[in-house]
Design a binder for this molecule. Structure first.
Ligand SMILES: [Fe+2]
Length: 309
């Protein structure tokens, strides 16, 4: 656990100082300074660690400014701006600012309303509340693997319609929220949904790098394809509840300078909204991903493009 990082050219010989945080997912990477000029061997080790642990955490990255954050992100692939939320000037970030409705307090995988959701997301804390505002991640591969065979057989055949005009936000606004929070959320939702984007994805996707099967659900799911509203809701709840079991999660308490990197193909996450009107700002670099593939080899469908034809 205390191995010092060895920056050699051979990727297989590079070791990270990794401290797993829970049995199912999450590890802290210690002693590494993130930048856009990491040695190839170190980057390869980070990528391997991400596939294994699903979410990585690094403390003490205060040196990382916006440019450095984006430069590090580009090491993982093409960076994409959010399809509807404008990025801060001159960047490709998604910024979540609690004063402007940026509170992701519902379980989701990022941007699954697109036909090709991001593969990796890199989140940096910019402003933190004095207490609260933790983020929790869940392992969607372990959730699938934990299903009884009978439910796996059902899940393997299901498809879901994901949309950015999901219905959770309206129902969550009222729960003890201040007028400032409520107004901010309404404004954020209006921006988020200014163009409706939908995709149909398999409920079980095959991870393009590991071959593992993962449940692909979360709050962008509007309904399960070809089922009634009631059937859709019941089946969604059964499967989604497997994802978010506490044993299947890891919780991170943010400090200044922290960075979290997650495999968006194998996780869901939830940002706790327990800090009232305190200020919280995080910035996310989003790395483009593949079109998901089902267990029988079919690819997700871009419903927005299909509707436009
Ligand atoms: Fe998110």
């Amino acid at each position: 656990m205390s191995t010092v990082i060895q920056d050699r050219t051979d990727a297989t010989s590079t070791e990270l100082d990794l401290a797993p945080l829970s049995p199912r997912l999450g590890a802290e990477v210690r002693g590494l300074r993130l930048s856009g000029s990491l040695a190839p061997s170190t980057l390869a080790a980070l990528k391997a660690a991400l596939l294994r642990h699903r979410v990585l955490f690094l403390r003490g990255q205060q040196h990382l400014d916006d440019a450095g954050h984006e430069a590090f992100g580009r090491l993982w692939g093409e960076i994409e701006p959010h399809p509807t939320v404008p990025a801060p000037d001159g960047t490709r970030f998604l910024e979540l600012d609690s004063r402007h409705g940026g509170r992701a307090d519902s379980w989701h995988t990022d941007v699954t309303f697109r036909v090709a959701p991001p593969k990796v997301c890199i989140l940096r804390a910019v402003v933190l509340p004095p207490l609260g505002g933790d983020t929790v991640w869940a392992n969607t591969v372990a959730a699938y693997e934990g299903l009884p065979d009978e439910l796996k057989a059902i899940a393997d055949r299901l498809w879901a319609i994901h949309g950015n005009d999901f219905d959770y936000a309206e129902s969550r606004v009222s729960e003890g929220a201040s007028a400032q929070e409520t107004a901010g959320r309404r404004q954020y939702r209006a921006i988020f949904t200014r163009t409706v984007i939908e995709a149909e994805h398999p409920v079980v996707r095959v991870h393009p790098e590991t071959g593992e099967r993962a449940l692909m659900l979360g709050h962008f799911v509007k309904r399960l394809a070809r089922l009634s509203t009631s059937e859709s809701r019941h089946l969604f709840d059964i499967l989604q509840s497997r994802v978010v079991r506490l044993e299947n999660t890891v919780r991170w308490r943010w400090s200044q300078g922290d960075v979290a990197i997650w495999d968006n193909r194998a996780t869901q996450h939830y940002a706790l909204n327990d800090y009232g009107d305190a200020h919280r700002v995080v910035r996310r670099v989003t790395v483009s991903g593949d079109v998901p593939v089902s267990v029988d080899g079919r690819r997700s469908v871009d419903l927005t493009a299909a509707a436009a034809q």
